[in-house]
Design a protein around this ligand. Structure first.
Ligand SMILES: Cc1cc2nc3c(=O)[nH]c(=O)nc-3n(C[C@H](O)[C@H](O)[C@H](O)COP(=O)(O)OP(=O)(O)OC[C@H]3O[C@@H](n4cnc5c(N)ncnc54)[C@H](O)[C@@H]3O)c2cc1C
Length: 420
């Protein structure tokens, strides 16, 4: 007779608990300008089973940060609860997407959730690479350096400009793509106008220190902005890329590319507005959805006209994280979102994507208090005015009002609701 103690023990295999992923018809990564606009439009089209992965409890209207930095708008107008803009019936996964598996059609989040999808929309925006400039974080702790590229910093820009009593004011522009390519210079024109109004212009030396080659990439706007630069007596230094800030000495170091060789130039400052280098979010760079080499390395691939991923037809991308060869702006997103939604719905029904995005982007360049040049253009680099009857190839007061009041209202009430 054997006892249970004598019988050989059968070891059961260790139980590894792999939770079944939740599954959604459409999964959107990022609930910023692009993600929410797409979600709202999908809802209006009656698409069910939509989820958004978005870590932030707040939604920001970033274009107004330029006016906040110039003391012309209140920062409180630029933020609202994200929950108020997640469309009804859409699941909000409040977490960071961390890994995308387009073959297994799954996204893993930082919190360890696995989320499966039938269709994926990639819209996590752009990453601000503050640490790529040595000493920048420390410099931002001082009263003499700020940036409109952060919600917490934009109000400080205005404190810095207000406290400036003359000397050298630097405005930098990095060598990477940035969101709103005009933003690094808009704040400069507003600061220069403020110095003129407060009688400090004669004691001030304003310098635009840019890694780029020209003031603006699209004619005839570039020509108009050259005139603005001249009007304020601004010095421009192109081919200068900020690489280091020495806050103790109030010095900024630039890598300058000249005739085939690089040198370092150090400029002193009494105030400096920095636009940080920017790139695709790191998890995007590492994903199979991104380019891994060439000039577009890191950005999500999206067909220039249809916004569909060239390798994974159930994936679409838009906004700042995409490789679309246009200016990274909310205005571009407004033109991309309806095209993406139309094409996504077509593909969901087994049809070909036929809607086309023409590269429309717009950059409202504030050139002074009460003055704004509305630069609108397309893939061809041609002006693409969207407002009939008025001449937008000039600095205008009505366009300033549009930027300050009209566009924010349109954003919160229409665009994010899928109505514009
Ligand atoms: C100072 C400044 C001035 C500007 N001026 C203008 C202007 O005048 N006109 C204009 O049209 N545009 C302007 N813009 C640009 C505009 O704000 C952006 O181009 C637009 O917001 C891009 O939309 P997006 O959805 O791609 O990115 P965002 O709106 O930035 O949204 C990205 C979202 O993804 C989320 N996210 C990030 N990582 C992850 C992750 N791992 N997982 C999930 N979610 C993630 C973020 O939390 C964020 O909510 C300006 C921007 C700045 C900073």
């Amino acid at each position: 007779m054997s006892s249970s103690q004598d019988s050989p023990r059968v070891e059961s295999p260790p139980v590894t608990h792999v939770p079944t992923p939740e599954r959604h018809r459409v999964l959107i990564i990022g609930g910023g300008t692009a993600g929410i606009t797409v979600a709202a439009r999908l809802r209006r089209k009656g698409v069910h089973g939509v989820a958004i992965i978005e870590p932030s409890a707040q939604h920001y209207y970033q274009p107004l940060w330029t006016l906040v930095g110039a003391g012309a708008a209140d920062i409180a107008r630029t933020v609202r609860p994200e929950a108020d803009y997640i469309p009804k019936g859409t699941r909000w996964i409040q977490d960071w997407a961390e890994e995308i598996d387009p073959v297994g059609q799954q996204v893993r989040t930082r919190g360890g959730l696995r989320v499966a999808y039938d269709f994926l929309v990639v819209a996590p925006g752009i990453q601000l690479d503050w640490d790529k400039v040595a000493g920048l974080r420390e410099a931002l702790e001082t009263p003499y350096v700020s940036s409109n590229y952060g919600f917490n910093l934009a109000p400080k820009t205005w404190e810095m400009i207000r406290a400036f009593r003359g000397g050298t004011a630097l405005f930098t522009n990095p060598g990477t793509p940035v969101k709103c390519a005009g933003a690094p210079q808009k704040i400069m024109y507003l600061a220069a106008d403020h110095l003129r109004r407060t009688g400090l212009a004669a004691r001030s030396h304003v310098v635009f220190v840019s890694a780029g080659k020209a003031i603006f990439g699209v004619q005839p706007f570039a020509q108009i902005l050259e005139g603005v630069v001249k009007r304020y007596g601004i010095e421009t230094r192109f081919g200068h890329n900020l690489v280091e800030v020495r806050p103790g000495q109030r010095e900024a170091v630039f890598a300058v590319t000249g005739e085939g060789q690089q040198e370092r130039v150090t400029l002193g400052y009494d105030m400096m507005h920095v636009t940080p280098p920017q790139s695709a979010p790191d998890f995007i760079k590492a994903s199979p959805l991104a380019h891994h080499e060439g000039p577009n390395a890191g950005w999500v691939k999206a067909h220039k006209y249809t916004l569909q991923h060239p390798d994974y037809p159930n994936v679409f991308a838009l906004g700042d994280a995409s490789d679309l060869p246009t200016s990274r702006t909310g205005a571009a997103v407004r033109a991309q979102a309806p095209v993406l939604v139309e094409n996504l719905c077509a593909v969901m029904e087994g049809k070909a994507p036929t809607a086309r995005y023409n590269g429309y982007a717009s950059c409202p360049v504030a050139t002074g208090y009460g003055k704004l040049l509305l630069a609108e253009f397309d893939y061809e680099g041609k002006p693409a005015p969207s407002i009939p009857l008025i001449n937008t190839l000039e600095e205008r007061y009505d366009m300033w009002l549009l930027k300050k009041y009209g566009l924010p209202a349109m954003y919160w009430n229409l665009m994010l609701r899928g109505r514009a």
